[in-house]
Design a protein around this ligand. Structure first.
Ligand code: PXP
Length: 251
């Protein structure tokens, strides 16, 4: 089964990572000139063909700040997808920002980036509360989960709109024999999700090389890609980086 019109969500967290590396205390040291600006990056990504802008305001605000969200919400022309932990505080913040969608992710203070999928099976009640509060706000809900049968069943049971399949294990094993097995798990999970009427997205660790194998996964609707696009932007500019990824996503 081929993917048609596979959409691209550009994750701009790492634009903010770079900004925070220098301007953690922006008001005092930089006046109005603080670079790079995630909003400016988001607008360039949209111009280059991004279908959605994804951000993850983490509890420790290590990259995206809450004030970035207000500016993004006002100015984006496409969609805003907010990744968030399943906490009351984040649910309240999401209700205020009202992104087009939220993607519920696990959050562990010590991790550098999101390491595993959300354990919907193990934290069913907690996830249910957040899913229900987001649905009540009219915000679409995605669950970032490992390609695991039970997790997908639970996502459907919770009436989530979407799942985002965690492609990190596949990306980590891309150059060894386990990579093929990880890809098979993603294929099976995508088929199962589709059969359960879930919209199937994917993300984490997708880059300009492994994207060709990601395209073997059926029923994909949208990919969320951050690190590789922001990295390539350092060499060739963000506009070119987004266009190149979009072109490699075409079948
Ligand atoms: N999707 C989710 C749910 C994530 O947590 C991340 C990492 O922030 C991404 C996609 C993007 O991953 P990467 O930066 O490796 O492309």
């Amino acid at each position: 089964m081929k993917n048609h019109q596979l959409l691209l969500g550009v994750n701009i967290d790492h634009v903010a990572t770079l900004r925070q590396a220098r301007y953690r205390d922006t008001g005092r040291v930089a006046g109005g000139f603080v670079e790079p600006d995630p909003l400016y990056a988001a607008l360039i990504a949209e111009q280059a063909g991004a279908d959605c802008i994804t951000i993850h305001p983490r509890e420790d605000q290590r990259h995206i700040q809450r004030k970035d969200l207000y500016r993004l919400r006002q100015s984006l022309q496409t969609r805003l997808n907010m990744e968030m932990a399943c906490t009351q505080e984040m649910a309240e913040f999401a209700a205020e920002i009202h992104p087009d969608s939220v993607c519920l992710v696990p959050e562990n203070r010590t991790e550098v980036t999101t390491e595993g999928g959300l354990d919907v099976v193990g934290q069913f009640e907690r996830v249910r509360e957040t899913v229900e509060s987001m649905i009540a706000e009219g915000i679409k809900v995605s669950l970032f989960i490992d390609p695991d049968e039970e997790q997908i069943d639970c996502a459907a049971e919770l009436n989530a709109d979407m799942v985002e399949l965690h492609t990190g294990a596949f990306a980590n094993h891309y150059y060894d024999v386990q990579g093929r097995l990880e890809l098979e798990k993603l294929v099976a999970a995508a088929i199962q999700g589709h059969e359960l009427s879930l919209t199937v997205n994917a993300g984490h660790g997708i880059n300009y090389v492994n994207i060709s194998k990601i395209l073997e996964i059926p029923h994909l609707h949208e990919l969320n890609i951050g690190h590789s696009i922001v990295s390539r932007a350092i060499y060739f500019g963000l506009d070119e980086a987004v266009r190149e990824m979009k072109s490699r996503m075409q079948l």
